[in-house]
Write a protein that binds this ligand. Structure first.
Ligand code: C2O
Ligand code: CU
Ligand code: CU
Length: 556
């Protein structure tokens, strides 16, 4: 195939010979622990023998370990920042309280650490972690900070599915990177080398039986229409947020940034054979990053079909899975009638893949603006309309949603499971339904375009989840900072672990409605009596620390 010759990283002249060689696919170690430790640091990694590339990694030179979590358990992840800049860590797809979501408000300063503790509520599935610091997400992810989270549960465990990690169950994160002649990455929307789990030109030895691939698009912006070179079909068993009702037979699956799909491939009887997982970029319309759109940034991979991963089939294992179950787990989307509110999110603007002035409902991201307030326990329909010039993968923090319709029609079968990213093409729309079961308590959830460059270019907004009726500060999680009482009609008392110099109170639109001096100590009072009843964000500032939490001014 001609296109394959184009794949050599042209700038890497000294490594050309070795770039031609195929490399065994790296499989990140899987950790099954009560407390995980991720040390985010700078590294040098050789993607090509003898060529040094400056990278970031999470307890690894590039990418990070796979974290195995169990539904119903409490997971603890300690993140240590050894970078020279701020970072943080987000558990993409996991339904955790705002406090532990690791979005932009949660910064980990260089040298500091942060421990996220949360109940694992999501069903068995493939999730992932990546940093999410304000305006630095794309760069830090591009340099290599990301990893898989595999959630296990008893429903999945009862099914006859391949689940021996690295034997018949494999993580497969697809990324494109561009290398400079000196070996370092060029940061940008597109790369011209495909890396799978950080391996260029990878091959994977798979036993001649049913194997499971956990596919993740971990690229900055490129969209991959994935399929096999021989046109064979495969069974999609899970989308972003866990298993489907039943396997869906497909010969192509499009994955946009942040999206996951678990697929089963039947290699029975194929011992000694090989097959190629391809990206059929020639099928992308001009509105999708990865197409050869002359108005946008260029890349030799744009608009062409290229190999992603070669599978070499080895002898079967001792106890192989040889058939694909007819049904999986019941998927129970929320009833449309239970939705109490519909919000419309219009994606607008024009720009290129790596930049642009893209807005959500006319606004660009502002850390000090709360764009939406959602009631705890409520179910809402979010209608995403794309009036911009390109497709955007729309992602919502705080859990999973279900796609009700695309352009008024039911979505394809594989999109009927739980999702947290929905790719919405230019001129298209999608209606999703989501339930909000976790409080944000001053740590808002984001929703944004998961093209990482758009996200950092402020194509993002944030929402809070409040229990307006019975809101009370939680005494269960981190004791500091806290407020009491809330709701209040007059004065509340705050307690922090730093000296508060300055206090502002923001309304749900992010406008500062009150600004007062702090006590200068770790405890003080704020009078809310002048405010109209409703939820607010209390923002406490000290010399080198700050804290935010939701407070409610009630009616009396
Ligand atoms: Cu994968 Cu807001 O993130
Ligand atoms: Cu996320
Ligand atoms: Cu976008």
């Amino acid at each position: 195939m001609r296109t394959r010759d184009l794949l050599l990283p042209l700038l890497l002249a000294p490594a050309l010979a070795s770039a031609q060689a195929q490399n065994p696919l790296a499989i990140p170690p899987a950790l099954d622990l009560d407390t995980f430790e991720l040390v985010v640091d700078e590294h040098i990694h050789q993607f090509y023998p003898g060529v040094n590339t400056a990278t970031y990694g999470a307890s690894a030179e590039y990418l990070g370990p796979t974290l195995i979590m169990h539904r119903g358990d409490t997971a603890r992840v300690r993140v240590q920042n050894e970078l020279a800049q701020i970072t943080n860590m987000h558990w993409h797809g996991l339904q955790v309280p705002g406090e532990f979501d690791g979005g932009p408000p949660r910064e980990i300063a260089p040298g500091d650490s942060w421990t996220a503790t949360y109940h694992v509520k999501n069903p068995a599935g493939t999730y992932w972690y990546h940093p999410h610091p304000h305006e630095l997400t794309a760069e830090q992810a591009n340099k290599g900070i990301a990893g898989f989270i595999i959630v296990q549960d008893s429903a999945e465990g009862a099914l006859p599915l391949p689940r021996t990690y690295g034997v018949d169950d494999f993580p497969v994160v697809v990324q494109d990177r561009r290398f400079l002649p000196n070996g370092n990455f060029v940061f940008g929307p597109y790369g011209d080398s495909v890396l799978v789990n950080g391996t260029p030109r990878p091959y994977l030895e798979c036993p001649a039986q049913v194997v499971r691939l956990r596919l993740l698009n971990g690229s900055n912006a490129r969209i991959y229409p994935l399929g096999f070179e021989d046109g064979r079909s495969f069974s999609v068993i899970a989308s972003d947020g866990g298993l489907l009702n039943a396997p869906v037979n497909m010969d192509r699956i499009w994955l946009s940034n942040g999206e996951r799909a678990e697929i089963l491939v039947d290699l029975t009887g194929m011992e000694g054979d090989s097959l190629m997982l391809m990206s059929y970029g020639s099928e992308l319309p001009q509105t999708m990053p990865g197409a050869n759109n002359i108005l946008w940034e260029g890349s030799i991979l744009n608009g062409i079909d290229f190999p992603v991963l070669r599978i070499r089939v080895t002898p079967p294992t001792a106890a192989p899975i040889t058939s694909i179950p007819a049904t999986l787990v019941p998927v129970l989307p929320y009833d449309e009638a239970s939705a109490t509110r519909t919000r419309t999110k219009v994606l607008a603007g024009t720009g290129m893949v790596g930049m642009g002035m893209f807005t959500i409902n006319g606004l660009m991201f502002d850390l000090n603006v709360i764009n939406d307030t959602v009631l705890l326990g409520s179910t809402e329909i979010w209608e995403i309309e794309n009036s911009s010039n390109m497709a955007h993968p729309f992602h919502i923090h705080g859990g999973s949603f279900y796609i009700l319709t695309r352009d008024g029609m039911p979505p394809p079968a594989w999109e009927l499971g739980a999702k947290d990213v929905v790719l919405v093409d230019a001129g298209a729309s999608a209606r999703v339904i989501m339930r909000f079961d976790d409080l944000t308590e001053g740590w808002p959830f984001m929703y944004h375009c998961h093209n990482l460059l758009h996200e950092d270019n402020m194509m993002m907004a944030q929402y809070i989840v409040v229990d307006g009726a019975t809101y009370a500060p939680s005494g269960t999680a981190a004791p500091q900072p806290s407020v009491f009482p809330s709701p209040t009609s007059s004065t509340l008392t705050y307690t922090t672990d730093f000296a508060v110099q300055d206090i502002s109170v923001l309304d749900v639109h992010g406008r500062t409605v009150l600004r007062v001096r702090g006590s200068g100590g770790t405890q003080g009072q704020v009078d809310l009596s002048t405010l109209t009843p409703g939820p607010y964000v209390l923002s406490l500032h000290g010399a080198n620390a700050s804290a935010r939490m939701t407070v409610v001014r009630d009616e009396r």
